[in-house]
Ligand binder design. Structure first.
Ligand code: ADP
Length: 543
């Protein structure tokens, strides 16, 4: 577009020049200079008089259109519409055009621009009417421009593919790392439960556990970021209890805040809807990130969460959250960069606070994905306020609150279950057994999908815990076969047990016929509620 308009300017200039030339024959020196300039232009240039006779043209015009000098004799040659370009390559023109028709069209529509292909060169041809009713024809060689455009497009495509490959690599890598870490964490749990009473050893095992948990947090961060970057993160759209979610997000931090002697509180402004429609998981993730940072970077004073409504229409609200702390604060020159990937104010290896510098980057992308904004107000040394907004629809029905944080609670089983565990990894087998050991369930172990199918056919089970990746036959395939059984065994509850946190994959497991999905490292609460859900029976209850 830029090119076209710049040419129009040039053309207008030429039109004036030509008019001037034809009127000022009394200055032969000026005319000679102009003819000289036109002759040496790299653009093809030609002017026709109002009768369509060629008045002047240059060598580039002849070369581009394959004309001989004899064919372009001024006053003799007449406009023939297309020159000698290969006609099949003329793009959008409606032919034939007599010269008068063409001029009428140019006067009506302004400059006419056509792309012409000639051999391996590409030209842009501009035609416009002169004030006296003649026509100016300019051919510009845009071959290099087109090539550069193509190269740029290819490069973009490659970058896209590269980004895709990077995301896939990150997802695979985090999956592969997650599996052994799950093993380490599970083993640490077993050791802790196996009456590991001596203080020092117990502490060491605790260290293993907390290091493993940090690793999982980092992996989750990297996975999230790569998913967001590759545009693969899909937001949920469900009704949820907003107040419950706020309470739940804060609850996590009471022990730490208490340990540091800082106050942690909320201020829910009047008018905050009880329930809204949106993505609770992602909203919780942002809240937990920001509250976690505030608690981490505050040594005395308080952290408080304010939640209110910034704007409201009948159905939609713009929620605004503010996390205010009295911590170390952030100097103005550092504030902008904080939301970039892997950025920390103190990036030295001896820094005091742990972290990856991913939390704020992820929070920013998530808020923007949800259609909101995020920002910071801070005074170095006095504290920070991180705020963000999120639009949501007010939910019509009231929804039941999310399950409270009851990981510490004790459970019992109303009956002993016959459980088939299909899992190829020895350590994971042990962990699953250990997690379920406190119940009187009978656990039968097989180590691949084919054996699982056979076991289901042979014996009666209440439930199958099915690993996804196994030798010989994987979990989804085994599930598909079981679902095709001719008897009631086709309906046996199957729970996917996977090291994979990717949402898309979970959908695939459900499509294969699995009833529920739990992630490794196995969390007792999660497993018990998945079992209840898959059995459609409250087998596991609070003591
Ligand atoms: P991480 O906390 O894992 O390093 P974040 O992206 O969450 O990564 O935060 C990036 C950096 O921003 C932190 O390392 C810290 O320097 C600064 N920061 C974040 N929140 C606060 C806060 N409430 N007070 C002071 N500094 C903060």
């Amino acid at each position: 577009m830029g090119m076209a308009s710049s040419h129009r300017l040039t053309l207008a200039g030429f039109a004036d020049t030509i008019t001037f030339m034809s009127q000022s024959t009394n200055d032969p020196a000026a005319e000679a200079r102009l003819r000289e300039a036109i002759a040496h232009m790299s653009d093809g240039f030609a002017v026709y008089d109002p009768e369509g006779r060629l008045e002047i043209c240059n060598e580039s015009f002849r070369r581009i259109n394959n004309y001989t000098e004899a064919e372009t004799e001024p006053g003799v040659a007449t406009y023939d519409g297309l020159g000698k370009l290969d006609e099949s390559q003329e793009s959008v023109e409606h032919k034939p055009f007599t010269f008068k028709q063409r001029i009428a069209q140019l006067c009506r529509d302004g400059t006419n621009v056509v792309i012409q292909y000639h051999g391996d060169r590409i030209y842009e041809r501009h035609q416009s009417a002169t004030p006296s009713g003649g026509m100016i024809n300019v051919h510009t060689d845009i071959t290099e421009l087109k090539r550069a455009e193509e190269a740029l497009r290819d490069a973009l495509e490659m970058a896209d593919q590269g980004n895709q490959a990077k995301s896939e690599f990150l997802a695979t890598m985090s999956h592969e790392i997650r599996t052994p870490i799950a093993g380490i964490l599970g083993m640490a749990d077993i050791l802790l439960e196996d009456g590991l009473n001596e203080g020092e050893r117990r502490e060491k095992v605790f260290s293993i556990k907390s290091a493993g948990q940090s690793l999982i947090t980092i992996l989750n961060g990297i996975l999230d970021l790569s998913k967001i970057q590759s545009g693969k993160l899909e937001l949920e759209d469900i009704d949820f209890d907003l107040h419950g979610l706020i309470t739940e997000s804060l609850d996590i931090f009471y022990p730490t805040a208490h340990g540091k002697g800082i106050a942690l509180g909320t201020k829910i402004e009047p008018g905050l809807p009880a329930a809204i429609n949106g993505d609770p998981t992602r909203l919780r993730q942002i809240l937990v990130n920001l509250i976690g940072n505030a608690v981490k970077f505050t040594e005395r004073g308080s952290v408080s969460l304010r939640a209110g409504v910034a704007e409201q229409t009948e159905e939609q609200v713009l929620l605004r959250f503010e996390i205010v702390d009295t911590g170390i604060g952030i100097a103005a020159n550092h504030q902008e960069a904080l939301f970039e990937d892997f950025t920390q104010v103190d990036a030295s290896t001896t820094r005091k606070y742990e972290g990856t510098g991913l939390g704020l980057a992820i929070s920013k992308r998530l808020t923007e994905l949800m259609g909101g904004e995020i920002g910071i107000d801070s005074v170095d040394g006095e504290g920070s306020t991180f705020w963000f907004t999120v639009p949501g629809h007010i939910a019509k029905a009231t929804v039941s609150g999310p399950a409270g944080n009851s990981s510490e609670k004790e459970y019992r089983a109303t009956r002993a279950l016959q459980i088939l565990l299909a899992e190829d990894n020895d350590m994971n087998q042990m962990i699953a057994k250990a997690v379920l050991a406190k119940f009187s369930h009978q656990i039968t172990v097989v180590d691949n999908g084919r054996a699982a199918v056979e076991a289901v056919r042979r014996d009666d089970f209440d439930l199958v815990l099915m690993d996804i990746r196994m030798p010989e036959m994987d979990g989804p395939d085994a599930t598909r076969i079981i679902r095709q059984e001719p008897n009631e065994k086709a309906a046996i509850p199957i729970i996917a047990v996977t090291a994979d946190a990717v949402v898309e994959n979970r959908e695939e497991y459900f499509a294969a016929g699995m009833n529920a999905c739990v992630t490794k490292p196995i969390n007792l609460m999660e497993l018990l509620s998945a079992m209840n859900e898959a059995l459609d029976e409250e087998v596991h209850l609070l003591k």
